[in-house]
Design a protein around this ligand. Structure first.
Ligand code: DC
Length: 226
């Protein structure tokens, strides 16, 4: 059986991972996998039950009642099913971003989601983005890229994104949220956000989207013939 290619993109919130990965996936004919959406689905489920994302006993008590399915529509768009219900839009709030970051620190949550992510990579050529893809989920990924940008640039991008979606957004609050998530995601003991030793670092602070896509294609092209 021929082995699939996998492109792992890790980095902090707002670095442009999903925008870039989606564009590349379309161009290369790969399946884009947004792993943050899976943690967000767990956070949303617990939130509906009134369980604090910090309450490890509560998380352990209720997690078995959650079934998550990742499905892709004909346009390749990823949908998250929480016990059969499509919650793809509901998980995209600032509140759920913070809760997903907290809930993702628990071993029981990370263990539950690990095989789910690896199974997708077994089925398709994937571009998978997250925090621990190159370090933990797909340590043998064909290409690993660590995408980052200054916290201020990321906060500005996130603010613009939320406003474009018609949501309320304040730059200073968004910057605080991003800095808090950066701290939580990099300081947790299990699978923290960090650059894999064999990942290529790409700082997008001074690059626009077409420039990042071009640079990523150059990096990928060194490992895979495009
Ligand atoms: O990529 P995102 O902003 O949708 O991710 C939401 C949170 O989920 C993030 O702050 C940390 C967690 N996460 C993780 O721990 N590991 C991943 N591979 C992806 C996301």
């Amino acid at each position: 059986m021929s082995k699939n290619y996998s492109i792992a993109i890790d980095g902090p919130a707002g670095a442009g991972k999903s925008t870039i990965a989606k564009a590349l996936a379309k161009e290369l004919g790969y399946q884009y996998v947004d792993t943050g959406a899976i943690y967000r689905t767990v956070a949303y489920f617990l939130d509906l039950l009134g369980v604090s994302p910090k309450d490890v006993d509560g998380v352990e008590r209720y997690i078995d009642e959650l079934t998550i399915d990742i499905v892709y529509d004909e346009d390749g768009k990823q949908h998250m099913l929480m016990n059969g219900m499509d919650v793809s839009d509901e998980i995209r709030t600032q509140d759920i971003s913070q809760k997903a970051s907290l809930v993702s620190a628990h071993a029981v949550v990370r263990d539950m989601l690990l095989d789910m992510q690896r199974d997708v990579a077994k089925k398709y050529n994937v571009i998978m983005d997250g925090r621990d893809i190159g370090t933990v989920v797909l340590p043998k990924a064909t290409v690993k890229i660590f995408l980052t940008a200054s916290a201020e640039v990321r906060a500005q991008r996130r603010t613009d994104e939320l406003i474009a979606k018609g949501q309320k957004a304040d730059f200073n609050q968004t910057l605080k949220d991003i800095q808090q998530r950066d701290y939580q995601d990099t300081h947790r003991p299990i699978a923290p956000l960090k650059q894999a030793k064999d990942a290529v670092l790409l700082d997008t602070s001074n690059l626009d989207i077409p420039q990042v896509v071009a640079e990523m294609k150059r990096i990928i092209g060194e490992k895979i013939s495009l």
